[in-house]
Design a protein around this ligand. Structure first.
Ligand SMILES: Cc1ncc(COP(=O)(O)O)c(C=O)c1O
Length: 528
């Protein structure tokens, strides 16, 4: 590093002295005209002259460059000046693509599964009985609009729940909602939610073990962050909810290992299949950290009984892994056998609870998917402490929390709502099952969920995944019906589809069934 010595002169002189000692070659690089302008002043002049020449050259080039295009008349003078400056900059250096992370590049290039492609097709051409009667009918989205009128009626008869104002006693008082809250949910909502879950799942829940998140999606992802390292895996019986691939894998780096279930077992998981998947994953060098089940199953629509749940608890203990039970459709069981929560099973025996976690939310049973309220209930203190911190990134807005507290604290309303919701679901399922039967399509035995799991292998051009995809495409483009193909749910048997039925009105259900019936008549049955 060059030091300035006050006794011997300036920095330039110091450099010059050193360079003279080293020889002339290196000096010419720094002061190119020193050979032309001799003497002590040569050092200074030799630096200045090239700079002046370079400046005049720039000036000359600028004057002689063709003038930039006229700015549009609406532009102000300063805008015009800045756009000229930008054009000059652009003309000097060719534009190259700016850096984005490998994460972003990977996400943007990712191929969407047919589950999402079907949504897109619906969004591009949505059916509407009056405005667009030939549009796509959405039967690929597990949304619940069957009982929304009940919530509407409740809101109408409880105008206080939506009352604004400054007073503290108003439910939506600005002072009660404007500030920061616990990011994992207001104490009042956690208490109300624990009570609500208790009523729906017929078990008891402690609000201190409950974390509220922006939808069940976030609760599931938090478990991915808490229970496994990137590269570890969760076992998931198939067919499974296609969103798990996105919700768990995308950001946590946790992998999902499908555990195949078969039609001969009505798509119920078996311990043999779990053992096989666990051992094969271990053999590949991947650590399994959890078993993830949805009960009632999405998409198969069946429920797990207490015997099966006990076996799963035993399997998790033996393999020393976690058990995650996604019970988001707990209140949507419309037929026997009735729903059994893992929380109820834990109450009935001596189990290691610290490995059990429950997912719930208001998106399905209450039809409030847009509220984005999910719940993570855990029996593990460490997971709870970490999850409270992770919840910072997925809190529910105070406005939503306050409104939800009012709705779910009305226990009489919730009780009436749930029984009517289940009655309507059962009725709709019967209509769908009978309508599909007329088209030669069979539904799997199910008792819960907002969908049914149907076999259409006889309508496929070939009995393989390609044939399934072809049929899905034809259903979408010809019958204008969007359903979810089993391959998007990792089903190993071709020909199964998830058909959601809780988004449609009674009239639209008839239209959808009519379209499927006519389409099935046009299809050549397999084998041809
Ligand atoms: C089994 C299951 N878990 C979680 C979710 C996500 O729920 P949310 O919309 O509350 O994030 C869904 C939504 O379809 C689901 O089917």
């Amino acid at each position: 590093m060059t030091q300035i010595n006050k006794n011997t002169g300036s920095e330039v002189e110091q450099v010059g002295k050193k360079e003279r000692e080293r020889g002339p070659g290196a000096m010419r690089v720094i002061v190119p005209l020193q050979g032309v302008v001799q003497g002590r002043g040569g050092v200074v002049l030799g630096s200045i002259i090239p700079c002046v020449l370079f400046y005049f050259l720039q000036l000359y080039l600028r004057r002689n460059r063709s003038s930039p295009p006229e700015p549009p008349p609406a532009e102000s003078e300063s805008q015009a000046r800045s756009s000229q400056r930008i054009q000059r900059t652009l003309s000097r250096s060719p534009s190259r693509p700016v850096f984005v992370s490998s994460r972003a590049a990977h996400m943007s290039d990712r191929e969407d599964s047919r589950y999402y492609l079907g949504w897109k097709a619906y969004n591009d051409d949505p059916y509407d009985a009056e405005i667009n009667p030939h549009g796509v009918i959405q039967m690929g989205l597990a949304e619940n609009q069957l009982s929304l009128d009940l919530i509407e009626d409740w809101l109408e008869s409880h105008p206080d729940a939506l009352s604004w104002g400054g007073a503290h006693n108003m439910p939506l008082s600005i002072r009660g909602i404007a500030g920061y809250q616990d990011s994992y949910g207001m104490p009042a909502l956690r208490t109300a939610m624990a009570g609500f879950m208790g009523d729906v799942m017929k078990a008891s829940f402690d609000p201190s073990q409950l974390i509220l998140t922006a939808g069940a999606t976030s609760a599931i992802e938090i478990l991915g962050f808490c229970l496994a390292e990137p590269g570890n895996a969760f076992l998931v019986p198939t067919p499974y909810y296609p969103g798990f691939d996105r919700d768990i894998k995308w950001r946590t780096g946790v992998d999902l290992v499908p555990v195949p279930c078969r039609s001969t077992d009505n798509f119920n998981v078996t311990i043999t299949a779990l053992e096989r998947a666990f051992n094969q994953t271990k053999k590949r060098g991947t650590a399994v950290r959890a078993l993830l089940i949805s009960n009632p199953s999405n998409p198969a629509g069946n429920t797990l009984d207490s015997n099966m749940l006990t076996m799963l608890l035993e399997f998790a203990r033996e393999k020393n892994i976690h058990l995650i039970c996604d019970e988001i459709y707990a209140g949507s069981v419309y037929d026997s056998p009735e729903f059994t929560s893992i929380a109820k099973v834990l109450e009935s025996g001596e189990f290691d609870k610290s490995r059990v976690h429950i997912i719930y939310g208001t998106s399905k049973d209450l039809g409030l998917a847009g509220f984005r309220v999910g719940a993570l209930y855990s029996y593990n203190d460490k997971v709870l402490k970490a999850a409270k911190k992770f919840a910072r990134f997925c809190s529910v807005s105070s406005l939503t929390q306050r409104l939800l507290i009012a709705i779910i604290s009305d226990t009489q309303f919730i009780q009436n709502y749930m029984s009517e919701h289940q009655r309507r679901l059962g009725e709709r399922f019967s209509v769908i099952r009978e309508g599909l039967k007329k088209a030669g399509i069979k539904c799997a035995k199910s008792n819960g969920g907002l969908y049914c799991w149907v076999e259409m292998a006889n309508l496929m051009p070939s009995f393989n995944q390609k044939g399934e995809h072809k049929l899905w495409e034809r259903l979408l483009s010809e019958a204008k019906i969007n359903v979810t193909p089993g391959s998007a749910c990792h089903c190993i048997e071709p020909g199964w589809f998830r058909v959601c039925f809780a988004t449609l009105t009674d009239h639209d259900t008839i239209v959808a069934l009519q379209r499927i019936l006519e389409f099935s008549k046009r299809c050549k049955p397999y084998p041809q």
